[in-house]
Design a protein around this ligand. Structure first.
Ligand code: MSP
Length: 530
C-alpha cells in the first residue's frame, strides 16, 4: 500500500444549484479521505468548480449579469453546502482562477508545439437564433435546438483538435497493464467496446462560437473547450508547471502517492480515455485508480426540476443533521451501483440503523454502567464467558474487514460490517442478560466483563463510523468518557482502553423519526414547496 493519497471529485458546473447527486459524490469522497487520515495516512483532497462554457455564458445572460458574477454567486452556494456537510477538502479549484487559466494556456501551447493539437474544422448542428453549435445527440432525431426548439442546420467552424489516434495504442496497453485502473472493472470493456473499437474521433479542444473560456494564446478568437480546460484542474490545483510546484511534486510525481479520481458514470469516457492521453502527451504520470460511481435517481427516474423531484441537500441537512444525511448517502446506495432516493427509505434507514441499533446500544450501555457500577467502566479481565470471546473476535474481524473494504472504496460494504458489529453487541446484551447477572452477587465479575466488552464494541463501532458520522461519533466518545487522545484510531486494538473511564450520559444520538410526519415533509421539500 502506498503511503499517501491524492483524491479528487469532479469539478461541478456552476450553471445551477447543486443537488443531492452532487452531494453524494463529494460526501463519499470525503468519507474515504477522512478514513485515510484517521488511520494515519496523508491525504490531499480536492474538489472545485468547472466554470467556463456556453451554458454558463447563456445562463448569465438570461440572469442579466456577467458570467463571472454569475459563477461567483453559485460557487458561494457550493462553499456553503460543503461547509454544512462538513466536507474536509484541502483545496477548492475554480477554473476561472489565474493559477488554472495560465497553466491551461501553457499546456495548450506545449501540445500545439508538439503537434498533438492541430487546427481543423468542427462540424455540428448550428442554431442561428441562439448562436450555438450542438452535437448530433444534443440536436436529437428531429434536429432541433435543445434550448429554443427551432430547427438547426449543419455548419462548420474552425477549431483545434487533440490527436487521439496518436495515443490509442498506448492507452490500450495502459489498460492491459493496469487492470485496477478503472473500477468497477466492467467499465473498461464498456470504454473499449463503445468508444475505442468503433474508432475514436479526434477531440475538439477549442471553440470560436462563444467567448466564456480561456483564450488560446496563439489564436485568441478561440477559447479552450471544455474537457481540456476541466480535466487539467487535477494538476493545476497542485501547481503543475508553476513557480511553486511542491504539491505537484509530492502528490502527483512521487510514486509513493496513490492518485484516485472519483467520478460519476456519465463522465467516465473523458476521465478514462482523454485524461490519460493528455497526461501522456505532457509526459507525466497517469492516475492509479478511477472509481466510477452510479447515479442517484429519484425512484427510477432522473432528478429533474420539471418533475418536482430534485432533492436539495441543504434543507435536508438542516432538518435532519449532517450525520443522518451523510450516513444515508453512504449506506443506502452501494457505492459503484445506481440507486434511488426515497423519503420512506431515508426515514427507515435512520430509524433502524442509527436510532434503534447504534444510538440505543450506547444509551443502554451507559445507563447500565451508571446503574450497576456508579458510572465507571469496569476494567478488562479477559474473557469471562464464551459470549465475551465471541464478541471480541467479532470486533477484530470487523476492523479487518472494514479496513479492507474501505481501501477498495467499498464504502457501503465497510459500513455494513460496522452495522453487523452493532447488531451483534445488541444481541450480546440479550445473551448475557445483565439484569439477571446484577441480581447475583457471585456474578459481579461477569457483569463487569459484559460492561467492558460493550463499551469497547461501542468505541470501535464509533471509531469506524467516524468518517461518516462526523459529529455523532465524537458525542459517543464523550459519553464513553474517552478523551480525544484516547479515542484515536490507533487504539482500536487496545483491550484495556476503556478501563476505569467515567461515562457521561447524554442526549440520544439519533431521536427516532416519525414517518407519518417526516415522509410528507421530505416530499414537500422535493416539490420545492419548503
Ligand atoms: N464539470 C463536469 C466534470 C468535470 S471533471 C474534470 C461535470 N459537472 S457536473 O456538475 O455536471 O457533474 C459532476 C459530477 O456529478 C459527475 O460525476 C456526475 O456524475 C455527478 N452527478 C450529477 N448528477 C448525479 C446524480 N444524480 N447522482 C450521482 N452523481 C451525479 O460533469
Amino acid at each position: 500500500m502506498k503511503k499517501r493519497f491524492y483524491i479528487t471529485t469532479p469539478i461541478y458546473y456552476p450553471s445551477a444549484k447543486l443537488h443531492i447527486g452532487h452531494a453524494y459524490c463529494t460526501t463519499l469522497t470525503d468519507i474515504f479521505a477522512r478514513s485515510k487520515r484517521e488511520r494515519g495516512y496523508e491525504c490531499y483532497f480536492l474538489t472545485g468548480a468547472d466554470e467556463h462554457g456556453l451554458k454558463i455564458e447563456k445562463n448569465a445572460e438570461a440572469a442579466g449579469v456577467t458570467p463571472q458574477a454569475f459563477v461567483d454567486n453559485i460557487v458561494e452556494g457550493f462553499y456553503k453546502l460543503w461547509d454544512l456537510l462538513k466536507i474536509s477538502n484541502d483545496d477548492f479549484i475554480r477554473t476561472t482562477q489565474t493559477r488554472h487559466t495560465e497553466t491551461v494556456q501553457k499546456i495548450f501551447t506545449r501540445m500545439l508545439n508538439k503537434g498533438d493539437i492541430y487546427l481543423g474544422k468542427y462540424e455540428g448542428w448550428y442554431c442561428r437564433y441562439c448562436e450555438s453549435f450542438w452535437t448530433d445527440t444534443q440536436a436529437g432525431p428531429d434536429k432541433v435546438c435543445p434550448d429554443c426548439g427551432r430547427p438547426v442546420q449543419k455548419a462548420e467552424e474552425e477549431a483545434y483538435f487533440f490527436k487521439t489516434s496518436k495515443y490509442v495504442d498506448s492507452l490500450m496497453k495502459f489498460f492491459d497493464e493496469n487492470p485496477k485502473f478503472l473500477i468497477p472493472e466492467s467499465r473498461k470493456n464498456e470504454m473499449i467496446n463503445t468508444f475505442i473499437k468503433p474508432g475514436l474521433d479526434d477531440l475538439c479542444v477549442s471553440r470560436t462560437s462563444f467567448s466564456w473560456g480561456i483564450p488560446v494564446v496563439e489564436n485568441p478568437k478561440h477559447v479552450v473547450y471544455v474537457w481540456l480546460d476541466a480535466l487539467t484542474n487535477y494538476i493545476t490545483a497542485l501547481g503543475y508547471d508553476s513557480k511553486d510546484d511542491s504539491l505537484f511534486k509530492k502528490y502527483w510525481e512521487d510514486e509513493e502517492t496513490e492518485i484516485i479520481h472519483i467520478l460519476g458514470a456519465d463522465i467516465t469516457r473523458f476521465h478514462a480515455i482523454y485524461w490519460p492521453m493528455f497526461l501522456e502527451s505532457l509526459g507525466i504520470r497517469k492516475p492509479d485508480r478511477e472509481f466510477v460511481h452510479g447515479l442517484l435517481m429519484m425512484k427510477d427516474s432522473k432528478m429533474s426540476k420539471s418533475k418536482g423531484n430534485v432533492v436539495d441537500p441543504y434543507p435536508l441537512v438542516e432538518k435532519y443533521g449532517v450525520d443522518a444525511v451523510r450516513y444515508y448517502l453512504a449506506r443506502e446506495v452501494n457505492f459503484g451501483s445506481d440507486g434511488s432516493f426515497s423519503p420512506e427509505q431515508f426515514v427507515e434507514r435512520i430509524n433502524v440503523d442509527l436510532a434503534n441499533a447504534y444510538g440505543n446500544l450506547l444509551n443502554r450501555t451507559v445507563s447500565m454502567i451508571n446503574k450497576y457500577f456508579q458510572g465507571t467502566i469496569p476494567a478488562y479481565q479477559g474473557q469471562k464467558t464464551d459470549f465475551d470471546g465471541s464478541l471480541e473476535s467479532m470486533i477484530e474481524l470487523t476492523i479487518d474487514s472494514y479496513e479492507k473494504a474501505m481501501d477498495d472504496l467499498k464504502i457501503t460494504e465497510a459500513l455494513t460490517y460496522v452495522n453487523e458489529l452493532v447488531n451483534r453487541a445488541n444481541k450480546y446484551i440479550d445473551e448475557t442478560t445483565p439484569w439477571v447477572l446484577a441480581k447475583d452477587s457471585e456474578k459481579v465479575d461477569e457483569l463487569a466483563s459484559v460492561m467492558n466488552h460493550l463499551s469497547r464494541a461501542l468505541f470501535v463501532a464509533s471509531r469506524l463510523y467516524h468518517p461518516v458520522l462526523v459529529t455523532a461519533s465524537d458525542k459517543a466518545f464523550t459519553q464513553l468518557g474517552l478523551s480525544e487522545e484516547k479515542a484515536l484510531y490507533e487504539n482500536v486494538h487496545d483491550k484495556h482502553l476503556l478501563d476505569n473511564l467515567t461515562v457521561n450520559k447524554g442526549e440520544p444520538l439519533f431521536p427516532r423519526l416519525d414517518p407519518v410526519v417526516e415522509v410528507p415533509f421530505i416530499n414537500e421539500l422535493m416539490s420545492g414547496n419548503k
